[in-house]
Structures are given as C-alpha cells and as structure tokens.
Design a protein around this ligand. Structure first.
Ligand code: ZN
Ligand code: ZN
Length: 362
C-alpha cells in the first residue's frame, strides 16, 4: 500500500472513532482483559492492558488502527507475556464464517486473479496465470446468500445452547463480525473455567462431529419407532424428529437419513476459535481491518441487514486506481467490476479494494 492509501485509511478510521466512541463495547472487568491492535501497514501489537474504557479509547483514537482486539479471557496480569498472565477463565465464544459454509453462489463470486496482468477466472485456481505465468491469488467474495447462511448457522448455535445446554437466551450475545460472519459470546458461568478439551467437546457437539451417535441412533431407531425416540433431548431427539418427518415414502437407507439429519441441522462453527482460550477477538463497536464495516451487536436478528447496517464509514468520494476487483454490492449499491482503471468511490466502498492491495489512492 502506498503512503497516500495508508494515510487515507487511517484518517477514515480516525474520523469514525472520533464520532462513535460510544459504540465501542467493552466486556466487564476491563482491567483483566488483554488488548491488541494492528496498525495500518504494521504487524499485530498484543499483550496490552487498560485500567478503564476511557484509557482504551484514548489509545484507539491515538492509533486509529486497522483492527482492535480484546481477549474473551480474564487474566491476573493481562499485560504480561502469555505464560505469566495467570489465566482466570474465559467466556465461551463461537465464530461462524460464511467462508466455511458451502453455498452454491460461491462458484459465482469466488475467483482467482493475477495481480500482475489483472486476469481472473473461476476456481479452482491454476497454479500460475495462464496469460503471464505469474502466481495467482484467490478472491473470496461475499453475497446476501452467504451471509444469510452464516446467520442461519449462528441461530442454530443459539438453539443448541438454549435447548441442549440450558443457556438463558439473554446470556448469548450475537455480533456481526464486520466481514463475512457472526461472533457469538456466551456469558454463562458454567463455561467460564472450561479448558480447551471441554470447549472442543462443546464445539464438536454443535458441529455434530465426533458422534458415535450416527451408528447408535441408527440402531436405536431400528429398535424403536422415531416418534418414541423424538421425545429424547439433544441430538438423538433432533435426528429422530427429522427421520420421522422424512421417512414416509423415503427409499434410501436409514443410515443415510440419519446422516442427512445431522448435516442439515449441524452448525458450522470454527472450532479452533472456540477452543483457543488465549485468543483476542475484534472488539465490538470497532471497524474490521479489511472492510471498514463495524463489528456490531445484533439486537433483532430478523431486521438486521448485514449489507447496510454495519456500513459506518462516510460516503465521501475518493479517487482510486483499481488494478482488479470483481463486481460487489455494498450499502445497497453495485460497484465494479474494475480492471486497471480509475474509479471514484464512496469511502465505505473503497476500503475493501485498498486493504486487499488491489488499488491505491490516486
Ligand atoms: Zn497474469
Ligand atoms: Zn455467496
């Protein structure tokens, strides 16, 4: 990124932070949390600690970084090196990303492209650019279908937590991640001291993974009728209900029906995120470093519009030279496609092109 692009981004983010410090949402016990940030054009700075929200905000305003992070864990000494921090516990967190969810639209908006000659094409990518021989990169686009699939999977996690784990709905907070998915934070003390293995079990459960269940349930359903099994709690009942609803006229095997029951009801979460108890997460109310969109709490799942509500940067136009960028939609407006050309774009739309290194402020 050239110096003009860097200072443009820094300025755009700073403007947002100056006006919206109220939107930044700190978890409880700030003084026990580890903070981190990534400056524009720099590497991750971690192991920071602040005594209050005001102190943290002052630093965010000063740095106007590309990304701001905070731990879900609490520590005795959050600013110390990892092995000396003194881990006290951590909220349970889930990350649901559209990239991990197989949606048919990906064939249309996921591409490979060549930075050198601006060629592009559908995935899978060739090893080298067929036109100039340069190395190619993958481009993962996003669309309403992908984001609504991610939302659907996030709501499945909510359902597993409330129905199978007895978590109060008010204890679960859902956030738009600022890019392609959702974060789910769970404030339930029962998970607070859970170690990595315990968290992996919870993640596996919502993923419908590690189920000896598949075979067990098949043999249970062979012995007893699905309507009797349906009253059993958890996955067993869930699968039985599905089997019961699909069985009339179904010609495949019971085993296949059971696998379908799992694959259509499981929640695709990134288990490495749930399992990592020393992680830092994007702080709610701050901007995503690649999109300029806000990580924001979702009060009403039905009315939340992931392609409009998190657009918080200004519409001030900026002239950029774009090397390559496929057609995209943001804030209800279509932009592109662009190929080695000048374009004048609203700030909120220019950010993704600049941060991906596919254009520069002219
Ligand atoms: Zn090329
Ligand atoms: Zn899509």
């Amino acid at each position: 990124m050239n110096p003009d692009s860097l200072s443009f981004l820094r300025q755009a983010y700073r403007e947002y932070y100056f006006r919206h410090t109220d939107s930044i949402e700190f978890p409880n016990d700030i003084h026990t949390r580890e903070f981190g940030y990534i400056p524009f054009g720099g590497g991750m700075v971690r192991h920071l600690s602040f005594r209050s929200g005001g102190e943290a905000i002052a630093e965010i305003l000063k740095q106007s970084p590309s990304s701001v992070y905070c731990s879900n864990a609490k520590y005795e000494s959050p600013g110390a090196p990892m092995e000396e921090k003194g881990w006290l516990g951590a909220e349970l967190v889930f990350d649901i990303d559209a990239t991990d969810i197989p949606t048919p639209c990906k064939r249309g908006h996921d591409l490979w492209y060549c930075k050198k000659c601006s060629s592009s094409g559908k995935l899978p990518s060739p090893r080298n650019c067929p036109k100039c021989g340069n190395q190619v990169s993958d481009f993962h686009g996003t669309c309403e279908t992908c984001l609504s699939a991610a939302k659907d999977h996030a709501m499945r996690v909510v359902e597993f937590l409330t129905e199978d784990f007895g978590v109060q709905r008010e204890a679960i907070k859902l956030y738009f991640s600022g890019n392609r998915g959702y974060h789910l934070h769970v404030w339930d003390d029962r998970f607070y001291h859970l170690n990595q293995l315990g968290r992996a079990e919870v993640a596996d459960y919502v993923l419908g993974a590690s189920l000896p269940l598949n075979q067990t349930i098949t043999s249970t359903l062979k012995r007893r009728s699905p309507d009797k099994v349906a009253s059993i709690e958890g996955w067993t009942g869930r699968i039985a209900k599905y089997v019961e609803s699909k069985r009339p006229g179904y010609e495949g095997t019971l085993q296949k029906l059971v696998s379908d029951a799992i694959s259509t009801q499981r929640a695709i979460v990134d288990s490495s995120v749930t399992t990592d108890i020393h992680r830092v997460f994007r702080l709610a109310g701050t901007l995503h470093g690649n999109t300029g969109m806000c990580k924001m709490p979702i009060e009403s799942v039905d009315s939340f519009d992931s392609q409009k509500d998190p657009i918080v940067l200004s519409a001030k136009p900026v002239a950029i030279k774009v090397e390559f960028y496929p057609k995209f939609r943001v804030n209800g407006v279509d932009f592109g496609p662009f190929k080695t050309q000048m374009a004048e774009l609203p700030t909120y739309a220019a950010v993704s092109i600049l941060t991906r290194g596919l254009g520069e402020v002219a």
